[in-house]
Design a binder for this molecule. Sequence first.
Ligand SMILES: Cc1ncc(COP(=O)(O)O)c(C=O)c1O
Length: 416
Amino acid sequence: MTSTSVGPGPLPVDWVRQQFPTLTDASILMDNAGGSAPLGRVVDRLAEYMRKWPVQLGASYAESAEAERRLLSARTAVASLMGENTREDEIVVASSTTSLISRLARSLAPGWHEGDEVIVTDADHEANITPWRRLAERGIRVREWSLNQDTRRLEIDDLCSLLNDRTRLVCFTHASNVLGGAVDVRAVCATVHEAGARTCVDGVAYAPHRPLAVKDWGVDYYAFSLYKVLGPHCAVMYCRNTETPGLANLNHMFMDDYEGPGRLEPGAFPYELLYAAAGVPDYLDELGACLGDDGDRTQAWSAVATQETCLARRLLEFLDAQPAVEIMGSASAGPERMPTISFVSRRHLSSDIPAICDCHGIGIRWGHFYAPRLIDRLGLTKRNGVVRVSMLHYNTVQEVDRLIGALEPALRGRAA
Ligand SMILES: Cc1ncc(COP(=O)(O)O)c(C=O)c1O
């Protein structure tokens, strides 16, 4: 770090930034919802694993036994990101959330019957839509929980009218990767369970920003991608423990009577990536310890939320003051509003804006972000989607100000 980074709350921003070797003052990463910077300790663990234990598990020789021991401990640490008391045998590890949800669909489908129903939204990333819509080919009825036109949110009242005794699963996003607003997962799960169905939640756009509590919320399946949460390119899915044996085995036939996550991990899981991913909870623990946490991560997450809310507020206030700009999602910063901020300019196509920032060394992005149904619903397909600025707690107020300085000449002025 060459400059002092001003933070709004107790977050030790300079120390935080030192944990990420790719963050520099020269360029600014504000495409974090695409992929976050990896922690240095994640990179180190990846190299350590590949140098020391590049062997197959399950043998009696020393390196194999050590690799197994270390991966079990890493799985336990990564499971802790899902919330309190989540066990290592309740998470499935794969290369991506897309892969995990597709596997879940393939594994659940054999237990469903023609005429059974699955509910998907039009506000999700396709990862939590396509695998379920494809089940229509097997006679499963797909129903859509649409973004409410007035509130631009997923409203539980709209969901209630879709639930019935044929509903098997409701699939929805915890936070939109475009609109940034969080859904009340606990309330949705309670409503869905009352109707006798289960829930599959895409937590990808929420997990980098706030602590998870899957057991407390009553979620059945919850997935997120570690490469957007400071880690390596892999993903995890929580399966409510009582559910796992009920899932059809996707692994080898001789494993049909195995229980646990291996049923959804055909072949194996990415060993070195799981090992590396354990650097993420380790970082949160160290951050928490320096903020006074006593064995949990309450202070760490609270400092993250405070920092992110401050960054979001600064950018939202600037955007809100531009007559030619429309913010997609809430214009108010707060704990339920992720710092993933999308907007459109009435005077530009969305595709015109990021190039302006490229010249300033600021990475942002435009498009539909794999949520083309949502962009369509918002009437923005012909505008080339939205411009998205996505921040994380390691971003600084100075970086937001540099972004504002870069955007201002293009965005200021009256609406055309
Ligand atoms: C909200 C959301 N869900 C799912 C995904 C898919 O994640 P993965 O790349 O791990 O498949 C993404 C990726 O951008 C996302 O933003």
